[in-house]
Unconditional design. Structure first.
Length: 308
């Protein structure tokens, strides 16, 4: 069984040294690095491998998410005209392609769903001026169309095709839910004081969100739109990033300081986060991690590192 994270001082998980960036000092920004990930069922241990740069440049590369087959990594980048567009990185050959190009607008929070013959079905947020920001969808190179009917300004979102879309309202730090076939409005209010990291929970008909408490605690909770219930899962460590992610085996992952930590939601006997592996900046040019994502096949971990 995994060691208790808070009480453990030495764990036998190996993290190989990440690739280092050589050359001149890099400008401030964000880069995405990819780590091989493996789970040993018999030992109930995760193992993290050597880091590889997906992006390595001045500028903003952020908000990674994987396609359903685990073969593509989507992210946003400001490579053209200082606007954020969506790019796709293929894991098998490290090729990069641009999926959206809108010179007057920026896209955010790309999420891939069913894989189609010539690409992936994606949803994302389009910034259309303050306060308007809405969720759109497209297949491969076809024109985009609205993914939901709601006019609530959307900062982030999580979708379950069977249920609907959970919307993190821009500026409000509140959640609204739009059921399939309906329109979200104030009558579909879910909860207030929520962090930006919201997810459809794998193998469940529910969502998770980060609920910020008045005493400073940050609790990951499960929300079921089927019965409008809320369930406490686990609190984040005090110094951990608010950006958590799920594996297909219903593990929660987060980065706390210099450690990758995990919590298995299906095992109620595990009350605390467990140390998975030490994880350090891939070079001296980086400061701290933020967003993370795990591929659906549990074979890769994407980490966003902030540049100095």
């Amino acid at each position: 069984m995994p060691h208790n994270y808070k009480n453990s001082t030495l764990v036998g998980y190996a993290l190989l040294t990440g690739l280092f960036i050589s050359g001149s000092i890099q400008a401030a920004g964000f880069d995405i690095w990819l780590y091989p990930l493996a789970y040993n069922e018999a030992e109930q241990q995760w193992h993290l491998g050597e880091a590889k740069a997906v992006t390595e440049r001045d500028g903003y590369d952020n908000q990674p998410s994987f396609s359903p087959d685990g073969q593509n990594l989507l992210f946003i980048s400001d490579r053209v005209d200082a606007q954020n567009d969506i790019y796709q990185y293929r894991l098998d050959n490290a090729s990069l392609s641009q999926l959206t190009f809108t010179p007057e607008q920026s896209e955010y929070s790309p999420q891939a769903y069913t894989t189609v013959a010539n690409g992936v079905h994606i949803k994302y947020v389009v910034e259309q001026g303050v306060p308007h920001q809405s969720i759109w969808q497209q297949n491969a190179n076809t024109p985009r169309q609205r993914a939901i009917n709601s006019l609530i300004p959307a900062g982030y979102f999580a979708s379950d095709e069977r249920l609907g879309t959970l919307i993190w309202a821009r500026y409000a730090y509140s959640l609204y839910f739009e059921p399939v076939g309906e329109t979200a409005d104030e009558r579909h209010f879910v909860v207030a004081n929520v962090g930006r990291s919201i997810h459809a929970i794998p193998n469940d008909k529910a969502f998770s969100y980060l609920h910020k408490q008045l005493d400073g605690d940050r609790i990951i909770k499960r929300y079921s739109p089927l019965d409008n219930s809320h369930q406490r899962l686990i609190a984040l460590p005090p110094s951990a990033s608010e950006d958590y992610t799920w594996s297909q085996g219903n593990w929660l992952f987060n980065i706390d300081g210099g450690d990758l930590v995990g919590w298995q939601a299906d095992q109620h006997t595990q009350p605390e986060w467990q140390l998975v592996s030490p994880i350090s900046p891939p070079s001296a040019d980086y400061l701290s991690p933020s967003r993370i994502a795990i591929s659906p096949d549990n074979k890769h971990l994407a980490v966003v590192w902030q540049r100095k």
